[in-house]
Design a protein around this ligand. Sequence first.
Ligand code: TRP
Length: 329
Amino acid sequence: MKKVVLTGIKPTGTPHIGNYFGAIKPALEFASNDEYDCYYFIADYHALNQIKDPEVLKNNVKELACTWLACGIDPKKVVFYKQSDLSEVTELTWLISNVTSKGLLNRAHAYKALTQKATEEGADPDSLVNMGLFNYPVLMASDILIVNSNFVPVGQDQKQHVEMARDIAQAFNKTYGNTFVVPKELIKKDVGLILGQDGRKMSKSYNNVIPLFAPSEKLRKLVMSIKTDSSLPTEPKPTDSAVFNLYSLFANPSELEAEKKKYEKGLSWAEAKQDLFEIMEKTIAPMREKYDYYMAHFDEVEKILADGAKRVKPIARETLDRARKNMGL
Ligand code: TRP
């Protein structure tokens, strides 16, 4: 039996370089390996606790779907779908919430961060928390368990959520007999930190992201605006800078070695940034072309997503029915 790999991305903003190297590229590598059955989805139910404007949500979903396809996901091989097309997920969420202790969810990092923030502001600890956020890990467990996932490739920040899915699966199996496959997270180690324009971790919450498919001229401007030190053009440049960090993501080993030598010898930041822009363009331009095509032909994308939903549905239905039956429903 092939192993099942599942991962999702939340449509909460325009996809950026960090999403590509942290989530999409590793997912494509699994998809090209015949040992795995891959399920990749757009976690739009998960975005609801954060995005309250329906037009913004729709646009985010559109951009994310086109991004996955532009990056080369093969929808004939991978089951590619939108979470909200699979309503079975919400029913399973209700079922598994009955073996999920509230204490488990109290320990979730995202929840704790918000209660702490509110407390520091002198407000009620739960004032910033809606139930969509609090129950987020249960919904995510449902995503994972419903297709019998063995492996869930995620970034370090999602490790706790997959651990919770595992706890929930085990608790359910203990109470109701063997029902769910117990999943395991796969954390990609060698990606490391991806730095944003200000030199901090690239993150939507820091407002320092570089969109993956910004038009070429915009990308150039963004690259040129990356924060650098005030060393002279002839002085050596640090390889722990954001400019080099980004270069290293796009470069192959020999390109990287050559650039490193230039940094050690000394080059101007303007030149270093030009090198970065060129190597980014080399990778991004062909994908951007596909992205622009899909954005302009979204009806084709919608068909692909509908087909994905049709393929995942019977599998989800089977898991849900098994859970219902074992619970006495
Ligand atoms: N929580 C994930 C994120 O914010 C998205 C997600 C939702 C997910 N359901 C999932 C990831 C299931 C992996 C498996 O990035």
